[in-house]
Design a protein around this ligand. Structure first.
Ligand code: FAD
Length: 646
């Protein structure tokens, strides 16, 4: 295999179209797996560009970032290198919903992504717009750029984001673009329509950007991040990657909070008659959970104020992202609404807010590997599949990239189950339910979220990543060290007994809150809500004094191991019950439906159910059960049919 960056083969194993969050992870994954990969994108300067808010993570999304990282992806480490404010959200709640969020310096983030791409063996970058796909019969065989350069490939991963026939709207004005400042992908959109892949229109929006020098921050509330990266206690600083360290973070800065008021809302309402959304100029559906400010004022008319977060876009710029006022209202309304808020009375707008409408493709027309059903070798990932968000895009990109690589190798596709990863939930939701609005991840989408925590993403996925060829030696060694240390410590806690003879009542009351009446394993003491690992380690008497030794032996792994051991002890009851539920559900969940299953032959299924199953062709009974309109009764009929047909 030739990995020299100086030879430029025209034929590739995998071509990835698009250098956004999906495309970069897809290209990196395929290249890491040894495939000769080409990343074709409009502009090398915009690799890893954040089209909207400069932040990564949050609840549900942070979980995806950790999973991408556990599989060797780039997003988490780039965030550790570019993050200028880190916070742990839901820090006081249960571990399942705890999540990391980082404000990123968009230039540093992009630079970190580009550095990884440029140094990845097997990966070639090329700057050109892709206007056409080469298709022979029902198989994609390459891509053609705007100036007619043809590249052959065995698989193509399309990650065109919001660019396909993109149209930007500001008030009643609109123009074609992929996002502000970038060209749209019109020819490619036309080609995909010609190929008759099922598609629709969605929309998303972004706020105007402000010049920080014109903001009076003394009238806003400061919102600092968690921890000081280079201070005395760097271990309390959140990091994103399992390979990350707090000292990778650049200087940390604060965000600020202001709020809308009645006057702001009146100004917004006065622009409704020139809103492209309310006047029907935009037909695409927008994200319900990330609404424009005009949508919020319209839908929640009784609320007299909304919080607006003023988020710095970087360390070397004054540009501020006002999170919460995404809008496509005319510019004069944007100007007035911004200036109606405390601290923003003299704010200068650097870039107007806008909405963008674009083509997306119905993800129900994808196989569970993200390969399109109609065209072999053609994979879709990211916003093109009807999702929104960098994290959702990155996770899909990695997934499609690795499955394209598996196809090149002639191996079976890989898809994590819903109880293994948020990635499994994301893929399964998309291919079985499709989307009616831009899809974003929430922890509530996962049935087994106690298993799917940010903190254990590596324990869930890194071994698979290694097997697939995604995880390098450094990550693998670090992972094995951690996994083995957790295992050793858990076994030690499970095999170390404490008895009342050796633990005097006074000492027990001091560390455990009350005396113990019979023998306990340390692990079981740790299950008590009021007893933490530190309390156990504080026991100064008897044979369990050896707990103190673990701080020395675990070294830099101490906090991680303690966290895992504490979670597995404290939540063991729930976790075990959830595992039992998963076990029960798995039998039917994974029951494979034959590729050639004739739904017309399944007795008593309604016409509508037959049609839906025929159209979606679910891979498993579990997937069939999640298709909207497929009732439990229909699933029973299918099961009977499968049993009868052996
Ligand atoms: P993108 O990041 O859009 O990347 C697509 C890439 O493909 C680009 O590099 C582009 O140059 C390239 N490309 C496209 N067509 C071609 C072609 N024919 N040839 C070569 N290269 C091509 N997400 C949120 O979570 N919250 C928000 O509030 C939010 N608001 C948004 C507002 C706006 C205005 C926009 C544009 C996006 C917003 N997003 C938001 C979405 C977020 O930016 C996307 O979900 C994410 O960037 C999708 O990643 P992607 O890799 O799929 O596509």
């Amino acid at each position: 295999m030739n990995t020299s960056p100086y030879t430029h083969p025209q034929a590739f194993d995998v071509i990835v179209v698009g250098g956004g969050h999906a495309g970069t992870e897809a290209a990196l994954a395929a290249a890491r797996m040894g495939c000769k990969t080409l990343l074709l994108t409009h502009n090398i300067e915009t690799l890893g560009q954040m089209s909207c808010n400069p932040s990564i993570g949050g609840i549900g999304k942070g979980h995806l970032v950790r999973e991408v990282d556990a599989l060797g992806g780039a997003m988490a480490l780039a965030t550790d290198r570019g993050g200028i404010q880190f916070r742990t959200l839901n820090g006081s709640k249960g571990p399942a919903v705890r999540a990391t969020r980082a404000q990123a310096d968009r230039i540093r983030y992009k630079a970190a992504i580009r550095h990884v791409l440029e140094n990845q063996p097997n990966l070639w970058l090329f700057q050109q717009s892709v206007d056409d796909l080469l298709v022979q019969g029902d198989r994609v065989v390459g891509a053609v750029t705007q100036v007619g350069i043809a590249f052959e490939a065995r698989t193509v991963v399309l990650t065109a984001g919001t660019f396909l026939d993109g149209r930007v709207h500001v008030g009643l004005n609109n123009y074609q673009a992929g996002r502000a400042g970038d060209p749209p992908a019109v020819s490619l959109s036309a080609r995909l329509k010609e190929l008759q892949l099922p598609q629709g229109r969605l929309k998303t929006g972004t706020p105007p950007r402000l010049d920080g020098r014109s903001i009076d921050f003394s009238r806003c509330t400061e919102q600092p991040g968690d921890g000081v990266p280079h201070g005395d206690n760097p271990e309390h600083m959140p990091v994103f990657s399992f390979m990350g360290r707090a000292d990778m973070h650049p200087r940390q800065i604060s965000c600020w909070i202001t709020h809308t008021n009645e006057r702001t809302h009146d100004i917004i309402r006065s622009g409704f008659d020139r809103s492209p959304m309310f006047t029907g100029k935009i037909e695409g559906v927008g994200p319900r959970y990330c609404p424009s400010v005009e949508d919020k004022i319209n839908r929640f008319a009784d609320k007299d104020s909304h919080q607006i977060f003023l988020e710095p876009e970087g360390l070397d710029t004054h540009e501020i992202y006002p999170n919460g006022i995404s809008t496509s209202l005319p510019f004069d309304i944007q100007y007035a609404l911004v200036r109606s808020m405390p601290g923003l009375e003299n704010a200068h707008i650097l870039r107007p807010g806008y909405a963008i409408e674009y083509d997306y493709f119905d993800p129900r027309a994808l196989k569970s590997s993200f390969e399109t059903r109609q065209i072999q070798g053609l994979f879709f990932a990211g916003q093109i599949n009807g999702t929104t968000g960098y994290e959702e895009a990155a996770a899909q990109g990695l997934f499609a990239g690795l499955n394209a690589a598996l196809q090149v190798r002639g191996e079976a596709a890989w898809m994590p189950r819903r109880d293994e990863a948020y990635l499994g939930v994301l893929v399964d939701d998309l291919i079985t339910k499709g989307v009616t609005e831009p899809y974003r991840m929430f922890t509530s989408r996962a049935e087994f979220r106690l298993q799917l925590r940010e903190d254990n993403a590596d324990l869930r996925l890194t071994e698979t990543g290694r097997r697939l060829g995604l995880v390098d030696d450094a990550r693998w060694d670090a992972f094995c060290r951690k996994r083995d240390a957790i295992e050793r410590e858990t076994q030690r806690l499970k095999s170390t007994w404490v008895n009342p003879r050796n633990l005097p009542a006074a000492e027990a009351e001091r560390v455990l809150g009350k005396a113990i009446e019979h023998e306990y394993k340390l692990f079981d003491l740790l299950r008590r809500p009021a007893v933490g690992y530190a309390a156990l380690a504080d026991m100064q008497q008897g044979e369990w004094r050896s707990l103190d030794v673990s701080r020395e032996t675990l070294g830099d792994l101490y906090d991680t191991v303690v966290e895992q051991v504490e979670i597995s002890a404290k939540y063991s009851g729930y976790i075990d019950r959830q595992k039992e539920d998963i076990g029960k559900a798995l039998h039917y969940e994974n029951l494979l439906l034959p590729d050639d299953l004739d739904y017309a032959a399944v007795t008593a299924l309604s016409f509508e159910v037959r049609q839906k199953l025929q159209q979606h062709r679910p891979r498993t009974l579990g997937q069939a059960s999640r298709i909207s309109g497929i009732t439990p009764a229909a699933i029973s009929l299918l099961l009977i049919h499968l049993k009868k047909s052996g």
